[in-house]
Design a binder for this molecule. Structure first.
Ligand code: NAD
Ligand code: UDP
Length: 314
């Protein structure tokens, strides 16, 4: 049995990760300040004696003895990370320093949940890990993008200078049950709007693309990455290469929910990447991993989740 710390454990991805790691027979500690996470995401795990929850902010030092650390603490949706950009940078940077310092002291392995946003609005397509990216350092997304880029830098430096056992994954747009209903991300927004027969809010003309990965596929990749030998540190892309325009996503959600919603177009926010698709050759080679859940299957599960949530809330 391993003892594992998950920062951001009450969030969308963190709560699924805690659940999976517990099911695999580990002892799990969730650390979260509940900025975007919710206790309701983990309440069903609380009667498991091998699960502990700690309210703590990763920008402050923290000490615990564990074998592995998954560092997920950071708001991930644009409206949440832009709400307090300074805090977002601090969470990425101070959070990375604190978790790396802890890993160094206790000789734990530490995995960083990095992001496809390190590629910014990419000029090469699909994105490979050796692409340096195209990020506006002073734009509205920069608190998140640059924070995550510095976190990667810190991970590599702690590895090179202090032999810390690090892993970096670059996560592409991931969706599924327990996404926060108000976080403004495209999959949750469209599903909720469609279920309520409200207008579907398309930013721009809807021709921008994203590649959508179902949460279970991500967890498989993340856990496989943690299990690799110390010589492979990444970064490695974890995403689903299936690429869709935002308009295609809207049409799919309308048809799958049988909704009467109409598309309504709004201005595209600045620095919104026009295309995004992972090259996952490295993950296939090093992790023997690739996603197996297609968009329809994943959307069906996510639609069910939001349908139940809306019924619960009247
Ligand atoms: P989320 O907002 O649901 O989860 C983030 C969690 O971190 C929340 O529980 C929040 O309360 C917690 N948190 C935020 N700031 C904190 C702080 N200072 N101290 C302690 N806890 C803090 O988002 P998510 O989608 O679950 O994302 C989790 C991680 O994965 C993030 O690091 C994000 O950057 C990364 N990621 C997610 C996606 C995606 O598509 N979901 C894509 C790329 C990267
Ligand atoms: N988007 C949209 N309508 C919405 C929410 C998002 O058209 O109601 C667009 C957004 O402009 C972006 C894409 O969908 O082009 C994905 O947005 P999201 O915030 O989910 O993720 P990110 O931009 O960080 O990849």
């Amino acid at each position: 049995m391993k003892r594992i710390l998950v920062t951001g454990g009450a969030g969308f991805l963190g709560s699924h990760l805690c659940e999976r790691l517990l099911n695999e027979g580990n002892e799990v500690i969730s650390l979260d300040n509940y900025f975007t996470g919710q206790k309701r995401n983990i309440v069903h795990l609380m009667d498991n004696p091998y699960f502990e929850i700690i309210r703590h902010d990763v920008t402050m030092p923290f000490f615990i003895e564990v074998d592995e650390i998954y560092n997920l603490a950071c708001p991930a949706s644009p409206i949440h990370y832009q709400y307090n950009g300074i805090k977002t940078v601090k969470t990425s940077v101070m959070g990375a320093i604190n978790m790396l310092g802890l890993a160094k002291r206790i000789k734990a392995k530490v995995l960083q949940a990095s992001t496809s946003e390190v590629y910014g609005d990419p000029q090469i397509h699909p994105q490979t890990e050796d692409y340096w990216g195209h990020v506006n350092p002073i734009g509205i997304r920069s608190c998140y993008d640059e924070g995550k880029r510095v976190a990667e830098t810190l991970f590599m430096n702690y590895h090179d200078q202090n032999n810390v056992r690090i892993k970096i994954i670059r996560i592409f747009n991931t969706y599924g049950p327990r996404m926060h209903p108000n976080d403004g991300r495209v999959v949750s927004n469209f599903i909720i709007q469609a279920l309520k027969n409200e207008d579907i809010t398309i930013f721009g003309d809807g021709s921008q693309t994203r590649s959508f990965q179902y949460v279970d596929d991500l967890l498989n990749g993340m856990i496989k990455m943690m299990a690799t030998g110390d010589d492979f540190v990444g970064p490695v892309n974890i995403g689903n290469p299936g690429e869709f325009t935002i308009k295609e996503l809207a049409e799919k959600v309308i048809s799958m929910t049988g909704s009467k919603s109409k598309l309504k177009f709004y201005p595209l926010p600045s620095d919104d990447p026009l295309q995004r698709k992972p090259d996952i050759s490295l993950a296939k080679e090093k992790l023997n991993w690739e996603p197996s859940i297609n968009l329809e299957t994943g959307l069906e599960k996510t639609i069910n989740f939001f349908d139940n949530l809306l019924k619960e809330n009247g």
